[in-house]
Unconditional design. Structure first.
Lengths: 326, 326
């Protein structure tokens, strides 16, 4: 790995990965349409002569193909990551995730780039029949357009593996938290509490059980797998890893941690029901035996990850201003 | 079910379904872009006052939405069904299958049509880890762009089920054979034998084991499930059924049946290897317990289906002329 192409380079996970790659001495071309990505996340990267940023959109195939030239690995992280509002604009997941991923694959093929890392999601398991959910869980039904678009992405990637010899690593993430976190329940709760510290409204009945992983543990895992000899994709050229911790947390517990960290005791109201929204998955807990068997393990617990996230949001109120504009 | 919208209405399976629906007293709007569909397949349908044909393409969302108006069920059968040449034109499966299916779903939503039947494929199981392969087989890796596009279609359909209350029936077909069969190994073998009855070239080593289902058995199964009370989708609104017989056949055996039916003894040559082409699945055999439990069963064996296909090709040499033009 000498020169990496990172899509979604200005995003939460993308920019954290860019910093790590540069720190490891790898040249990086960062690609982002800046629709939700933040240029401030790339401030450190821009100080490094091995970093080159190109503003562009994955739906612009010729520009994407040109930008990728000379790279030997692609980290395809750009996506519409908003699971909750999928039904508000159904074509968004198709365009920004499914078609975008196809374009990344076609650009890779044109440029003869043979290695790809893809950020998938635990949402592909829908309401999983087996919990904790292993990578080879029963063929699931999709419950969100986001999950559907990530399944489509995974499927095209493995077909390109078989058809064109692409070596791909697919990571099915739980929700990632930590520095540069810009959407999700902690983001929403913190915003509510800054506006009115006496009240907090929670979607669903708060008993939803979710899994989280700290951003630096996530980046560690990806880099570890890429450097881990026996993890090289062989049969079908595609390797899939769940990425999470060996624990989960109830939304109500997560709320307690956030409030305690902020020294607040708001009155809680719940919208009710087992699900927070249409397509919400009330219990996400991935089996992580496969990634643990490579020798990686997370350094932070879910609670520690949530605390770091709250501290970062406190120190970076500007993210609410820019997010409100999008 | 009063008025059905059939995409791919001029195709092999589509036109056979149209005939059945009309025969059952159901009004039909047939929709086809005639890229591979044959108007001759609709000759009988056109004699029925309950049939209305509209030439159009699934990629034309406004026209599709308009055409669907007033229907209460959609049979979405239109697709690029050519598994073998997926790597020759990777965008074809994305456009004609994935994006086309999204457009069908959006049109259904605009028209408040709440029932949908989708023709998926046993190819979604890739190289299945479990054979015979049940509907809830381990989450597979895709080996063809065709399979990937059908997985994408299934995923969007079930997400629309959860998000918008669509009631969907997904059928994962083995290869369908019989009258109006216009592509596949029997089609290719018959063509070779009419050009030179002394030679037959077979892709792979001929030991590939495949499953086939006779077209009228396929249509029977779809109609049976739609009329079968307890098969109504409940949880997640999507029901998936494998569709095949309880047998499979080796390509070499299939060749013997075809040659014997034609009274020929050609010299056989094999291209070699376990697979016929990149992405070919050397063993397809679906578990059919779920569909059998509804009371449906196939009337014809695989061998009988192959014989009917050969007889139909003999009687309809014109299909080779029109296919050669496409």
């Amino acid at each position: 790995m000498k020169k990496a192409f990172v899509t979604g380079a200005a995003g939460f996970i993308g920019s954290s990965l860019v910093d790590r790659l540069l720190n490891d001495g790898i040249s990086v071309i960062g690609w982002d349409n800046l629709s939700t990505g933040q240029e401030r996340f790339l401030e450190n990267a821009h100080k490094n002569k091995n970093f080159h940023f190109i503003k562009g959109d994955n739906l612009d195939l010729p520009a994407l193909t040109k930008a990728m030239h000379g790279c030997d690995i692609i980290f395809h992280l750009a996506a519409n990551a908003d699971v909750r509002f999928g039904t508000h604009h159904p074509s968004k997941d198709l365009e920004q995730n499914t078609i975008a991923t196809f374009n990344v694959l076609e650009s890779a093929r044109s440029n003869k780039i043979k290695r790809l890392v893809f950020s998938s999601t635990g949402s592909v398991y829908g309401e999983a029949a087996v919990i904790p959910t292993p990578e080879d869980a029963p063929f699931p039904l999709q419950t969100s357009l986001y999950g559907a678009s990530k399944v489509a992405g995974e499927a095209m990637i493995s077909a390109f593996g078989e058809g064109f010899g692409l070596q791909a690593y697919i990571f099915r993430f739980v929700s990632i938290v930590g520095e540069r976190y810009t959407h999700g329940h902690i983001f929403d709760f913190y915003k509510q509490l800054t506006e009115d510290p006496t009240k907090l409204r929670i979607l669903g009945d708060g008993t939803q059980r979710k899994s989280y992983l700290y951003i630096q543990d996530c980046i560690d895992a990806i880099m570890h797998v890429l450097n881990y000899k026996s993890s090289k994709p062989s049969l079908f050229h595609t390797e899939i890893y769940n990425l999470g911790t060996q624990e989960y947390i109830e939304v109500n517990t997560s709320v307690k941690t956030i409030c305690s960290q902020l020294g607040l005791s708001p009155t809680l109201t719940h919208s009710g029901g087992k699900k927070g929204w249409i397509g919400d998955n009330p219990f996400i807990f991935l089996e992580t035996k496969k990634i643990l068997s490579t020798g990686w393990k997370p350094k932070l617990t879910i609670e520690q990850g949530i605390i770091r996230t709250v501290e970062w949001l406190k120190a970076n109120p500007w993210v609410y201003d820019v997010r409100d504009k999008t």
